[in-house]
Design a protein around this ligand. Sequence first.
Ligand code: ADP
Length: 361
Amino acid sequence: MDTSIASSPQTPKTDPFTIAAPASEVSLATRVRVVCRVRPLTETEALRETRLIEAVDDKTVCLQEKETPNVFTYDSVFDEHATQEDIYASVGQKTLADLFKGFNGTILAYGQTGAGKSHTMMGPGDGNDLDRGIIPRVAENIFTHILQSSDEVEYTVGLSMMEVYKEHIFDLLDPQPKDFLIHEDKLNGIHVRGLSQAFVSSSSEMASVLKQGCKNRRTASTNMNTDSSRSHAILQIILTQKDVTSGEIRRSSLFLVDLAGSEKVDRSGATGITLEETKKINLSLSVLGLVINSLTDPKVNHVPYRDSKLTRILQESLGGNSRTTLIINISPASGSYYETLSTLRFGSRAKKIRNSVHINT
Ligand code: ADP
């Protein structure tokens, strides 16, 4: 376990996602890691639909289309038998270890509504059961790590929770209507100015802040008659580590994001919704796709981060200073064929994104 704070940035050991960097270099090129998770068929799907997806091995998934199979490879593939613990061990644990080393991290869950994003990120219960997802497990393990670490380091854990809906940012820890703007400065990087931050000193305190944030999300959704599957839920954890001897401070940030359902909102299918609203609902995810295309196309040199709130907030996560994992959640059912194909293609494009990470000081 690495709990010390170095007086100068260290080069971490390389891992399979690190491309190439001389040992002396502080900045490392890494690529976005893509993990595919296939959820089980629901009871209704099992009665009415066929299964189109097979995990061939732990890196390959096959989507059956009539006679032609479409084969996709990712850094990891998990089938319906994968437990929440398996997903945490593959994705969460490493990202958390990196956070303590001083690296920024991001975990994004992408996929159509009902594909298992919230199950993967939060889990179905209140965060105490075996089925708890990545976020409650991070909340526990961050404090286990702190409690086991040396007395030489003072830790501060700050937590922000926001929702992006129709290009508006809502503070889930202080749900007063406010107009938030995104700012960038040297000290804080890109941040939402005025967003509240809760400082927590135990996993139970963190769990209760998370619970309140989730409750505020449900209340806001009911009050405003909106569908939370259309909004992006963004949790940011900021870990500050202070070396008590040297006074040196290292600050690293972790984004845990449950994205809106990737299916396009069609105005004809949604009642009481204007064309303008439809455009806004789709905007952030459409721009996310454009950002990924721009980052992976050598001919394009403008990346449209500023065209949506989501991509501006996550600018460092895609092509910037962050170790990023994208989890693509898919349904195995035949009725989801087109959405599944589109999600698998999105994951394949995202695999090509290069980030450049360095330990924050
Ligand atoms: P999304 O957030 O993508 O809209 P959910 O996470 O709400 O989807 O999942 C839809 C339903 O499928 C929920 O009832 C959820 O509990 C269930 N589900 C999703 N993934 C799994 C899984 N891996 N194992 C068991 N049930 C799952």
